[in-house]
Design a protein around this ligand. Sequence first.
Ligand SMILES: Cc1cc2nc3c(=O)[nH]c(=O)nc-3n(C[C@H](O)[C@H](O)[C@H](O)COP(=O)(O)OP(=O)(O)OC[C@H]3O[C@@H](n4cnc5c(N)ncnc54)[C@H](O)[C@@H]3O)c2cc1C
Length: 300
Amino acid sequence: MSALYERLMRVAAPEQLLRGEPMAAHTTFRVGGPADWMFFPASEAQLLAALDAAREAGVPAMVIGNGSNLIVRDGGIRGLVIVLGERMSAVRVDGEIVSAQAGAPLGRVAAAAQAAGLTGLEFASGIPGTLGGGCAMNAGAYGGQLSDALLDARVLLDGAVRTLTRGEMEMGYRTTLPLRRGGVVLEARFALARGDRDAILARMRELNARRREKQPLNFPSAGSVFKRPEGHFAGALIEQAGLKGAAIGGAQVSPRHAGFIVNTGGATAADVLALIAHVQREVLRASGVRLETEVRVVGE
Ligand SMILES: Cc1cc2nc3c(=O)[nH]c(=O)nc-3n(C[C@H](O)[C@H](O)[C@H](O)COP(=O)(O)OP(=O)(O)OC[C@H]3O[C@@H](n4cnc5c(N)ncnc54)[C@H](O)[C@@H]3O)c2cc1C
């Protein structure tokens, strides 16, 4: 570990590296034990240096964004967690192309497109993740997904940085090549179309109003817990199984939207995971459908 510390201190400032940092403070679910080390790179070069340092020190490393699709177990994460955020969040508009660094919030990328009169990212404006996490997950909402607009992405894959076209990203429903292969999205470009600024803004506002009306945004969560099963809606199946409001410890199936599990205060990751398993069991019993998680479960 100290080899890792020394290597990182050659490229970064001490305040960029935390030790024993609770993951609950870096996930929207507000659960999860400590990461041994947490690093906040200020540039792509620092990010790549940190990954190199971890590899050479034999320390496992994982890259996260806003932690809005993550459940970290209560034992925390052994190794290095690299958080991409504010310091790697430049957004640029060039003609009809919007490009952004991995740490840029999706809402800011969508807002930049709107301000430039470019349509195609309205659906993403209310997704509380980063560009990197969103591209890795192929985030989507209200009939759109990032793969619809993606032109290409710069990705660290198998030790080399390369530009992958949308096709090469192999983006499916909440899955991509980088997610499956442990690649790191560094930057992405979206090819958008000219549109009417006011109409784009109105659409973003309408979708965000729908979110506020339907989703329990007043409680910590990771959004929809389960993937949409073929031919069904997870929320409806959960409701039909009589599970709306079901709770284990501080974790509860949201009474407002059964597809969400919320932290009503003091939930542990164990509460959340036990409730997920309970919902999966009961839905299978009631409807024969096997619910798969969309949220990523990590740590020990
Ligand atoms: C209230 C709420 C509403 C939500 N609504 C939606 C929605 O409408 N649609 C939707 O799709 N999702 C939704 N989500 C889930 C979540 O916001 C998205 O999945 C988002 O794209 C995750 O981004 P993140 O930066 O938070 O990723 P994180 O949660 O930090 O990470 C998610 C996964 O991506 C990996 N990852 C993160 N950054 C990178 C990177 N740069 N390169 C490679 N891998 C990376 C992580 O290792 C992890 O496996 C919602 C969540 C909440 C809390």
